[in-house]
Structure formats: C-alpha cells, structure tokens
Design a protein around this ligand. Structure first.
Ligand code: KG4
Ligand code: ZN
Length: 343
C-alpha cells in the first residue's frame, strides 16, 4: 500500500508592492523558509514606491528569491503540494509578476495553484507564532494601503467590521514622515524618533465617525500635522520633530487601540490580533497589549518580520484555502482592487 503523505508543503509567492518574497510553509503553521528581497532602497530616492520600478525589479529577482526559499527549506519543487500566490490587492504590474511566475511553475511542475488575498495573508501571519490561535478572533489590519477591523469567523471566513474612510494608517505615517523630512518608509522612522519625543507635547485630533464607531479616518490628523508645521514656519518657531512624531503616533495608536478594543467588547470577542506593517509599531503593540490585558482580552501579534510584507503569511493563508479544496485555474489574474472575502 502506498504510504500516506502527512505533511502539506506550500510554496508561496508575494509581489504585491515593493517586496519580492517567497516562502515554504509546512502544514499552515511552520515556516521552513521566508526569503524577502526588499526594494525599499531603490524607492527611497523617489519618496515612495514607483510601480514601474517595482515590477521590473520583481521580474529580475523572482527566480532567485524562489530558488533561495526552496533551498533554505531543503526541499525541491517536486516536494511541494501547492503553489500559493498573492493575486490582489496591490499594484497591478507588481502582482502580475508573481501571478505569472506561480502559474508557470504550477503548470510546469503539475502542482495545484491557489490565489491568496494579500490582507487575508497579513491576518494569517498571526497563526505562525501562536500555534494555539484559532478563529473566531478580531483582527486590526493596518498597512500602507489598508486599515480594517476584521472579524475572523473561521479559516478563510471574514467579516469587515470597520474600515478607513480615507487614508490608511501606514499612509498617514508615510506622509507625516515625509513632511518632517524623515523620508520613506515613514513608519519605522517615526517609531524610532518618537522614542525621543513627548507624546503629550502637541494635541493632535483623534477622529471619531459618529454613525460608524468602528470606522477610521486619518486624513484630518494628517492635515492637522501639516497645519501645525506650517504655523510653526510662519511664526518662525523651530519644530521639535521628535515631539511631532511622538504626538502624531500617539494619536494613531489611541484611535487604533480604542476602536479595536471597543469593537471586541461590543461583539463579545475575547481574542484580538493585529496585522500589517503598522502592527510592527512598538508603541501600538505596547498600548494594545495593555488595553487588552485591562479588558481581559487575549492579545496576539506577529513578530515584525511577519507584519510587513512577506510570503510566509501567504503560505499560511494559502494552506487553509488549499485544504478546503480551493484551486485556481490558468486564468488566475491580478486583481488590484480585490475585496476581503471575495474570490
Ligand atoms: O503591510 P506593509 O508592509 O505593506 C502594505 O501592504 O502596505 O505595510 C507598509 C506600511 C508602510 O506605510 C510603513 O510605513 C508602515 O507599514 N510601517 C510602520 C512601521 N513599520 C512599517 N508604521 C508604523 N510603525 C512601524 N514600525
Ligand atoms: Zn502588506
């Protein structure tokens, strides 16, 4: 009798923005390799991601990144059970590189293909280091393009509880960082500088949307920071950049924490997770942890390397889709505006 195969190995590919990434994930929870070629340096001189440059660099790096991921996991393409790839949302040209690569590999190696939603990947990053975490839980996702409160009802089953009305939290970090001359990407730079500043120095607003308490809005806060900087300039006053960074960051983390804990309490959910690039913010992590502890809520967060874009998270989300029997065909296409829970 043929020996039954127990382990499921997923090769995952992620190219939705400025990270060319591949990973091998075992049984949805164990990361055997997580290779990331970051293009950040290339885009820094332009103050943000240049889509055309991102696509070209993905093409240049994708093969070596995949080869490295397979090598580090000590497996070959033959050993892989399925290939998972981010097909949206993101930059269309960037997504296309990963999707085309995944289709070519899956076709050549006769492996099933599973398209994964980028944000569902971010959420699934929480499963990597919290082996005990299972749905249902509430996840606050904050990245460069998204700020969502998502109720994870089951594996691959999502309900959006709140969303941003304008800018994403990461976008606000990037814009404020640019305004105070810190450059791209803003989040980590503000995080660092804020440690030297006074978070109570400047009273920036904390936006609330009356008819939708779980929604976010960060554009007013961004304008308030820009106004503050303009006023200082007009009055000839020197700006304390560390105070601006700390006060701005506090405003964002207050809103994200209050909304998340508030929604969890109202929904009667006692497990809260965070995800996305902004989830690596040290102040947000500390504040969420404290607020959850005070409210008897279990708090989960991925390590910073699994918060920012990576392929391991895509491998985890892809695994849960794969074991449900979800397969994509050769017509899988990049969907830059793909919605959560949509296929
Ligand atoms: O998830 P991600 O890597 O890419 C997207 O899917 O957008 O998120 C990138 C965003 C950027 O806006 C970046 O400034 C922000 O996450 N970010 C941070 C930190 N690290 C990255 N924001 C605040 N604090 C950080 N430590
Ligand atoms: Zn992302």
């Amino acid at each position: 009798m043929e020996e039954q195969k127990k382990d499921v190995l997923i090769l995952a590919i992620e190219t939705s923005c400025d990270e060319t990434a591949a990973a091998v994930v075992k049984n949805g929870r164990e990361v055997l390799s997580n290779t990331i070629y970051t293009q950040i340096k290339l885009h820094t001189m332009f103050g943000g991601v240049v889509p055309e440059i991102a696509s070209r660099k993905h093409i240049e790096k994708i093969n070596i990144v995949i080869e490295t991921a397979l090598k580090e996991a000590d497996v070959t393409l033959e050993d892989i059970d399925a290939i998972a790839v981010t097909y949206g949302p993101g930059l269309v040209g960037a997504l296309l590189v990963g999707v085309a690569e995944a289709k070519a590999l899956a076709y050549a190696a006769k492996k099933p293909l599973v398209g994964v939603h980028h944000i569902e990947g971010h959420i699934s990053a929480n499963y990597i280091e919290h082996k005990e975490l299972e749905p249902p839980f509430l996840c606050m996702v904050a990245s460069g393009g998204h700020s969502h409160l998502v109720l994870v009802k089951g594996y691959g089953e999502y309900e959006i509880i709140g969303r941003t009305r304008d800018d994403a939290a990461g976008e606000a970090f990037d814009k404020v960082a640019r305004a105070i001359g810190l450059g791209y990407p803003g989040g980590p730079k503000i995080d660092k500088l804020a440690k030297e500043g006074n978070k109570k120095a400047i009273a920036f607003p904390r936006a609330k949307i009356t008819d939708a308490p779980d929604d976010f809005s960060f554009s007013g806060l961004k304008s308030a920071v820009l106004n503050y900087l303009n006023q200082c300039q007009m009055k000839g006053e020197e700006v304390n950049r560390a105070d601006v960074a700390a006060s701005f960051q506090q405003s964002v983390t207050d809103v994200l924490t209050e909304h998340t804990v508030g929604a969890a309490k109202r929904l009667g959910i006692n497990k809260v997770a965070i995800a996305g690039g902004v989830a690596s913010n040290s102040s947000l992590r500390a504040q969420m942890e404290e607020a959850c502890r005070k409210n008897g809520i279990e708090f989960y967060h991925p390590s910073p390397i699994f918060c920012t874009d990576n392929a391991a998270m895509i491998g985890v989300a892809g695994y849960y889709e794969y074991i449900k029997g979800i397969r994509d065909g050769w017509d899988l296409n990049a969907k830059p505006n793909l919605k959560i829970g949509e296929r």
